[in-house]
Ligand binder design. Structure first.
Ligand SMILES: [Zn+2]
Length: 201
C-alpha cells in the first residue's frame, strides 16, 4: 500500500540522515602515513570515522560474503540471484527475536498476548527491509553492476512485501500506522538486525 517503504537503498532514511553529517574534512594529514596512528590499517590520508550506518553496512556485507562462503554448494557473488538472497533472509530468521504467530495460535493478530506461546521467533520485517537496503548499496559500492544486483531483484521485493503483510496480520501491527505503535515496531526492528552480528546499539 505504501510504495515508499519498498524503496531500499535510495529511500533508506539512515543513508540520507547520516551521510552528510560525517563529511567534515580532517586537515591533520601532515604526517606522511599512518605511522603515528595506531592500527587504522588505511594507508591513504586519514578518512573520517565511518558512520554507524556505514559500519553496519560493512558488517552486513561481510556477513553475507561469509554466508556465501559457507553455502553448500559453494556460491559466488556473481552467481547469486534474488532466490539466494531470499534464502539468506530465511536463514537469518533463526536469529530473530520477533514473535510471529501462526494462524492456529490463539494470539494470532494479538499485538500484546497475555501469555507466552510456542510460535516461532523471526526477524522483524523492518530489520530485513533495512538490511536489504544496506546490502543493495554495498553491492553497488563493491563493483557490482546495477542490472545484476540480486538485492534489487523483484523476487526479493515481493518476498519482503509478503513478510510485511504476514507479520502485520500475525502480530496485529499495521506497519502503515507506525506512529501509533511506535514503541512496538521500533524496538523489534532495532533488536532484529544486530542479533546475528555483534551488538553495537
Ligand atoms: Zn503464538
Amino acid at each position: 500500500m505504501n510504495p515508499a517503504s519498498v524503496g531500499g537503498a535510495a529511500t533508506d532514511p539512515n543513508s540520507i540522515s547520516e551521510g552528510p553529517s560525517s563529511g567534515v574534512v580532517i586537515a591533520s594529514s601532515t604526517l606522511p602515513t599512518a605511522s603515528h596512528q595506531s592500527g587504522a590499517g588505511e594507508s591513504s590520508s586519514s578518512p573520517p570515522p565511518p558512520s554507524r550506518y556505514e559500519s553496519q553496512k560493512r558488517r552486513d556485507w561481510n556477513t553475507f560474503l561469509q554466508y556465501l562462503k559457507n553455502h553448500k554448494p559453494p556460491l559466488t557473488l556473481a552467481r547469486c540471484s534474488g532466490a539466494h538472497v531470499i534464502e539468506f533472509l530465511k536463514y537469518l530468521d533463526q536469529f530473530g527475536k520477533t514473535k510471529v504467530h501462526i494462524t492456529g495460535c490463539p494470539y494470532f493478530g494479538h499485538p500484546n498476548p497475555p501469555a507466552p506461546c510456542s510460535c516461532p521467533l523471526k526477524q522483524a520485517w523492518g530489520s530485513l527491509d533495512a538490511l536489504i537496503g544496506r546490502l543493495r548499496a554495498a553491492y553497488d559500492e563493491n563493483g557490482g553492476r546495477p542490472e545484476s544486483n540480486p538485492f534489487a531483484a523483484k523476487a526479493v521485493r515481493i518476498y519482503l512485501r509478503e513478510v510485511r503483510e504476514g507479520q502485520a496480520k500475525a502480530r496485529g501491527i499495521p506497519y502503515e500506522k507506525k506512529k501509533r505503535k511506535r514503541s512496538n515496531t521500533i524496538t523489534t526492528a532495532a533488536v532484529g538486525v544486530n542479533v546475528y552480528i555483534t551488538r553495537n546499539i
